[in-house]
Design a binder for this molecule. Structure first.
Ligand code: SAM
Length: 264
C-alpha cells in the first residue's frame, strides 16, 4: 500500500505500544455492546462485512457471528495479531484481519454489505476522507454503522475535552459533535437511517490506562479533571464520588445508507 502520512504513523506507534492495554479495556472487550451494534444493522448469513479501524477485532467477531464473511482492517499490526489469535482460539473460519489504512481502503468499490467503524473517528485527521472511503467500498444497498464519542457542541468545552484526551493519548485528534457528523454525512451523500445516543461512565484512573501517559501527564490530567468538577469546563460531567474521580463520555451510533437508497 502507499506510504502512510505522519499522523497515521503516530497512530501505529501509539497503538502498537498500547495494544495489550487497549485490548484489555472494557470498551474494547464489551461483546454485548458489539452484538448490540450488529443488531442495529441488517447483517445476515449472506452479508459480507468490513470493520474499519477494527483494533483487537471484537466488533469484527460480532459481525462474523452473523455474517457470511467478516473482515477487520487496521494499521496497527499488534492489534490485528490480537484479533487473529482470538479468532483462531474460537475456531472462527469466516473472519480475516487485514493491514491497511482507512484513508485508502485496500478493497474494490461496492464490495461490502455492511461497513462499520467504532471508537475511531476521533483519531482521524481527515474524517471526511475516511467517510468517502467507507461510502466507496459500500454496495449500493449497503449500510454503514459508525459509533464514537461525541464532541461538545460548545467549542470551548470541546477544546478543553480534546486537550485532556490528547494529554492521555497523543493520537486523539478531535471528538466530532453531532452537528459536525451530520454535516459530513450530508457532504458525503449519505443519509442517516437510524441513531442511538447514550453515555459511558469512567473512573479517571481506569481510563488513564488506555493511553499510557507518563507520571507528569497523569498529574496534569487529574488536576484538569478536578478543575472541571468545579467548572465543567470539559463538559464531561467530571465528579468525585466517594473520593473517586469520574466522568462521562456522550456517545452516538449512526446507521447510514447511500442517499439514493436511504429509507425515509
Ligand atoms: C480506539 S481504537 C478502536 C478499535 C476498535 N474499533 C474498537 O472499537 O475497539 C482506534 C483504532 O483506530 C485505528 N486507526 C486509527 N487510524 C487509522 C487509519 N487511518 N487506518 C486504519 N486504522 C486506524 C487504530 O490503529 C486503532 O486500532
Amino acid at each position: 500500500m502507499s506510504s502512510l502520512d505522519s499522523h497515521t504513523k503516530k497512530i501505529q506507534k501509539q497503538f502498537n505500544r498500547q495494544a495489550k492495554e487497549y485490548a484489555q479495556t472494557n470498551q474494547a472487550k464489551d461483546m454485548r455492546a458489539m452484538a448490540g451494534l450488529v443488531g442495529l444493522t441488517k447483517t445476515n448469513a449472506s452479508s459480507v462485512t468490513l470493520d474499519v479501524a477494527c483494533g483487537p477485532g471484537r466488533l469484527t467477531m460480532a459481525f462474523a457471528n452473523h455474517a457470511k464473511q467478516a473482515t477487520g482492517l487496521d494499521v496497527t499490526e499488534n492489534l490485528l495479531d490480537i484479533g487473529r489469535a482470538e479468532a483462531a482460539k474460537l475456531e472462527m473460519d469466516n473472519i480475516a484481519f487485514t493491514y491497511g489504512s482507512a484513508l485508502n481502503i485496500p478493497f474494490d468499490s461496492k464490495t461490502f454489505d455492511t461497513v462499520s467503524c467504532r471508537a475511531a473517528f476521533h483519531h482521524f485527521a481527515a474524517p471526511g476522507q475516511v467517510l468517502k472511503e467507507l461510502a466507496r467500498v459500500l454496495k449500493p444497498e449497503g449500510e454503514i454503522i459508525i459509533a464514537d464519542i461525541l464532541g461538545n457542541e460548545k467549542t470551548t468545552r470541546a477544546a478543553h475535552h480534546d486537550a485532556l484526551e490528547q494529554l492521555c493519548d497523543p493520537t486523539h485528534v478531535s471528538c466530532l459533535s453531532k452537528t459536525r457528523f451530520l454535516t459530513l454525512f450530508n457532504e458525503t451523500g449519505l443519509d442517516v437511517t437510524s441513531t442511538r445516543f447514550g453515555s459511558m461512565d469512567y473512573e479517571v484512573e481506569q481510563w488513564l490506562l488506555h493511553g499510557g501517559p507518563n507520571d507528569a501527564q497523569k498529574q496534569e490530567i487529574r488536576s484538569r479533571f478536578k478543575q472541571s468538577v468545579v467548572s465543567d469546563q470539559t463538559g464531561l460531567d467530571a465528579r468525585e464520588e466517594n473520593g473517586v474521580l469520574k466522568f462521562t463520555h456522550q456517545t452516538a451510533v449512526f446507521v447510514l445508507a447511500h442517499a439514493a437508497t436511504a429509507k425515509h
